[in-house]
Design a protein around this ligand. Structure first.
Ligand code: COA
Length: 213
């Protein structure tokens, strides 16, 4: 398996990447920021994407987005082809794109929002911490990406303060301070995150149901 920074020579994989993202979103029953092959190719050409290839076969992908004049960076669109899941590939892809992001945008805060437990776990191990939505970028175009999610009404209803997703962030400044203090990071607790997700679902879906009645 090769996990590499993609370039324009990988443009032929853009279609399959988009198809994989769309099909996975359907299976998960979630909405997702829709991406066109042109958008993916643009990321590859700018050196802002990572691709995993098993020989010539597509195995996984992730790309970098920058917000608020490069003060914030998101590693988005993570996808692992179903044939290659549960083998640690997402973890490896995220490590490569994280290292690449740190090198290319050393002062940026790296963040993501997700409902996926696997992604939360990986992010946590990379040094991300859960944060409130108010700590994320206020760049309108980032939040526009949520419009295709089926939970978008929750986000608007809460005035962009919370949603089903959990926001997580790697703040290089905070990391420097933590290092100085030699703070130890505790282990990721699946149960806490699962419980948080469950509470949010109960809270928001109940309200949604009540409003429909
Ligand atoms: C989510 C996804 C990227 C995970 O890819 P993967 O290669 O199977 O993940 P890994 O094997 O690297 O697993 C990383 C960790 O998450 C855990 N994990 C993997 N899939 C999981 C799942 N569905 N639920 C809970 N935990 C999961 C693994 O056990 C592993 O934990 P460990 O280090 O304690 O063993 C993949 O399932 C996928 O492409 N899904 C569809 C798209 C998607 O959801 N993208 C994320 C959008 S935010």
């Amino acid at each position: 398996m090769r996990i590499i920074i993609a370039n324009k020579s990988h443009a032929s994989y853009a279609e399959i990447i988009c198809k994989n993202i769309e099909e996975s979103a359907k299976v998960r029953g979630t909405g997702i920021a829709r991406r066109t092959p042109e958008y993916i190719i643009n990321k590859m050409e700018k050196g802002n994407a990572v691709i995993a290839l098993d020989g010539e076969k597509f195995a996984g992908f992730c790309y970098i987005e920058t917000w608020s004049h490069e003060k914030y960076v998101a590693n988005s669109g993570l996808i692992v082809h179903p044939d290659y899941r549960k083998q640690g590939l997402a973890k490896d892809i995220k490590q490569v794109i994280f290292d690449h992001s740190r090198k290319k945008y050393p002062n940026a805060k790296i963040f993501g929002i997700t409902t996926g437990l696997a992604v939360m776990k990986i992010n946590y191990e990379l040094g991300y911490q859960p944060v409130t939505f108010s700590e994320l970028t206020d760049d309108e175009s980032f939040w526009k990406g949520c419009q295709t999610c089926k939970n978008y009404d929750v986000l608007t209803r809460t005035d962009h303060k919370m949603c089903l997703c959990t926001g997580m962030m790697y703040d290089p400044e905070k990391k420097k301070e933590e290092k100085k203090k030699n703070n130890k990071v505790s282990k990721f607790n699946d149960k806490t995150f699962q419980r948080l997700k469950h509470i949010k679902q109960t809270l928001f879906y109940k309200k949604e149901k009540a409003e429909k009645e």
